[in-house]
Design a protein. Structure first.
Length: 189
């Protein structure tokens, strides 16, 4: 990481940590336990889009540490894999297909949509076993109860994934050229 990337990752990590400590969240009503939507993943996803997997990894780690420091280590057990399973595939897909951005707006939006889809599908895929095992381990709920929550948690992760990746890309797309990665500058707006 160069100095600009390091400074940008630090700034976005700080924003994510502040959002985690002073949560602005909305409760997901379909489950009997507290789980809520929050915007913490947006600056994490912005870091991943701008600075690649390293930016996403560092920002997620700092948000997880903030959650633990704020007295919610169990929340961090769920938050960290959820965010990593979203932003790492997002960053890797955009990076792998970056040359396609120069092929015009239709292909560009195909790549963006594909990266969003892969990121959200990976979040659901990773979080399904994480939720199943850690609900039992950390909350001592029966396996049948944990299993019965998985469809609702998949819907939650689908919606939270959309909340994270769509605004993040739209934010990055509107940044001035000197803040965007080179492959995104040449794509045009």
């Amino acid at each position: 990481m160069n100095t600009k990337q390091l400074a940008g990752t630090a700034m976005l990590s700080a924003i994510a940590a502040i959002m985690e400590i002073l949560p602005v969240d909305l409760r997901f009503p379909l489950l009997p336990f507290r789980i809520s939507f929050d915007p913490v993943g947006i600056p994490i996803a912005v870091a991943a889009i701008l600075y690649g997997p390293t930016g996403g990894l560092v920002s997620t780690g700092i948000a997880g540490v903030a959650l633990i420091a704020h007295g919610n280590p169990i929340g961090a057990v769920f938050k960290v894999p959820a965010e990593l399973s979203t932003v790492l595939p997002l960053a890797m897909t955009l990076y792998a297909l970056r040359r396609g951005f120069s092929k015009g707006p239709r292909f560009r939006w195909f790549i963006v949509g594909l990266s969003w889809t892969i990121a959200i599908v990976m979040r659901i895929t990773v979080m399904t076993p994480v939720n199943y095992y850690f609900l039992q381990l950390l909350y001592s709920v029966p396996g049948s109860f944990a299993l019965s929550t998985l469809p609702f948690l998949a819907v939650f992760n689908l919606i939270q994934g959309i909340i994270n990746v769509v605004p993040a890309y739209l934010i990055v797309d509107r940044l001035p050229p000197d803040l965007k990665p080179g492959w995104l500058i040449h794509a045009g707006s």
